[in-house]
Design a protein around this ligand. Structure first.
Ligand SMILES: Nc1nc2c(ncn2[C@@H]2O[C@H](COP(=O)(O)OP(=O)(O)OP(=O)(O)O)[C@@H](O)[C@H]2O)c(=O)[nH]1
Length: 213
């Protein structure tokens, strides 16, 4: 253990020092791309080929740097299938952030977002950070959900939004890094520091990168 800027730096393995640790959960219907998004972020690769559904719950760690603070993201990848719902519900309470995914080529996965949001309200912490992601943005020919509809839904529920592609990597780093920044600020902010606004930050970063998502 070591100390930096008044924050106790901890480690679980020699190569994995961190200052703050946050639990992030990936949720959404089966097949929307939760596992692929996580693998893209963690290993910068795309899992193509046959689709193997997650059974129950799985997790991976990644330590990222936010303005010199090492943030350990413990990312829980949940099974989207209904039959595993009682298992995943049990993990909601510990999550500080939720990445809620739909698939832009699947109208039903988008329509189910309202039900997912109700579930979040019921089982997650009141101050949980939520980001809505419209994944598979590379599949332009098969698109069934307009970006504007995703934006509107997110706005109606006061959550940040972006479209992503686990296949091309579009916005994947941005989504996780924005969450890491928000959670780091929550844990290390002095009472007089200005509040961090995730939605504003995401909009600024999307404009900077010139990316439409
Ligand atoms: N074109 C495209 N395909 C994707 C993308 N992300 C995932 N896929 C494909 O979608 C299928 C499902 O992806 P998964 O990541 O396994 O989906 P999941 O949400 O984890 O599914 P469950 O584990 O059942 O909840 C796979 O065949 C992936 O190759 C993407 O960004 N673009």
């Amino acid at each position: 253990m070591s100390s930096r800027n008044g924050i106790v730096r901890q480690n679980t393995t020699k190569s994995e020092f961190f200052d703050v640790c946050c639990k992030v959960m990936l949720i959404g219907d089966s097949g929307v791309g939760k596992t692929c998004l996580l693998v893209r972020f963690k290993d910068n690769t795309f899992l193509s080929g046959s689709f193997i559904s997650t059974v129950g719950i799985d997790f991976r760690n990644k330590v990222v740097d936010v303005d010199g603070t090492k943030v350990k993201l413990q990312i829980w990848d949940t099974a989207g299938q209904e039959r595993f719902r009682s298992i995943t519900r049990a993990y909601y309470r510990d999550a500080q952030a939720l990445l809620l995914l739909y698939d832009i080529t699947s109208k039903s996965s988008f329509d189910n977002i309202r039900a997912w949001l109700s579930e979040i309200r019921e089982y997650a912490q009141d101050d949980v950070v939520i980001m809505l992601l419209g994944n598979k943005a590379d599949s332009t020919q098969e698109r069934r959900v307009r970006r504007e509809d995703g934006e509107k839904l997110a706005k109606d529920h006061g959550v940040a939004f972006m479209e992503t592609s686990a296949k091309t990597g579009m916005n994947v780093e941005l989504a996780f890094m924005a969450i890491a920044r928000d959670l780091k600020n929550k844990q290390t902010r002095n009472p007089n520091d200005p509040k961090f606004c995730l939605e504003e930050y995401v909009d600024q970063e999307k404009q900077k990168s010139g990316c439409c998502g």
